[in-house]
Write a protein that binds this ligand. Structure first.
Ligand SMILES: [Fe+2]
Length: 261
């Protein structure tokens, strides 16, 4: 008797669940906002730049070392403590690179753009920025620490280039060329010597990217779903945050006092 193979019920093999790293990289592939190209071209006013940089500074640049310190305060294992401590030390003092904290280097760029620091250090934030910051605060305080570590060190510190960074295929200009090619230098008059933040990041960045993935992958066991959910939430909150920044930039009044000569 011929057996009709097609009649034999077969159980299809469930697709293999992608690894945690692949799931996180798939989220990082989407860390791109459609309005981002506006920041790489000329045409923005100083007021619009001030709105953008105020949001970046107050939402996460100024307090990034504090957010990381909250993870350290949760008593993670010793390998993680060392990686976090090094990252916090560099962010808050710059003593592994140029000897200036990263928030201060950010403000140095603002000086170079002839935007008053007062318009960056204070001022209104969009509701989306407040919500994104509230989310970052929440994950930095919440247990398990590894979820906050994934959000802060992989998502916030990482970029859409994460996949290429990890595989070692990301092509970047030598640092001097990168500074001169930076839109703030090329189009907006920031003197190259005021863009030392790029140099500091270049000095420590690859170590921090490795540490981020290492600490999360080593200690993720049992928390994978929560980590992926939180990083996915971070992406959604960030995209809304960027929508809000663009809306606020487009509504920015032209204030003669901060238009560079
Ligand atoms: Fe930094």
């Amino acid at each position: 008797m011929r057996v009709m193979l097609s009649a034999v019920p077969t159980r299809s093999t469930p697709p293999l669940k992608p690894s945690l790293q692949e799931q996180l990289l798939a989220i990082m592939d989407r860390k791109h906002h459609p309005a981002w190209p506006r920041f790489t071209e000329p045409g923005l006013t100083k007021e619009q730049l001030a709105v953008h940089f105020r949001h970046e500074y107050l939402t996460y640049v100024r307090d990034f070392p504090v957010l990381l310190a909250r993870l350290l305060g949760q008593s993670p294992p010793s390998d993680v403590r060392a990686a976090l401590a090094e990252n916090i030390f560099e962010e808050q003092t710059g003593k592994l690179s140029l000897g200036v904290s990263h928030p201060e280097l950010f403000l140095e760029m603002i000086d170079g753009l002839q935007i008053p620091r007062s318009s960056i250090e204070r001022g209104p934030l969009t509701p989306e920025a407040v919500a994104y910051r509230a989310f970052l605060d929440e994950v930095s305080f919440s247990t398990p620490w590894v979820v906050g570590a994934a959000v802060l060190t992989i998502f916030v510190e990482g970029s859409v280039h994460e996949r290429a960074e990890l595989s070692g295929t990301r092509e970047v200009l030598p640092v001097d060329e990168a500074v001169f090619a930076h839109p703030m230098v090329k189009h907006y008059g920031c003197p190259p010597e005021k863009l030392r933040l790029i140099r500091a990041h270049r000095a420590v960045e690859s170590g921090h990217r490795k540490d981020a993935w290492q600490m999360v992958s080593t200690h993720a066991q049992g928390h994978e779903n929560v980590i992926v959910r939180a990083v996915s939430q971070a992406l959604q909150a960030w995209l809304k945050y960027r929508d809000g920044v663009v809306r606020a930039m487009d509504a920015a009044p032209v204030n003669v006092s901060i238009v560079a000569a």
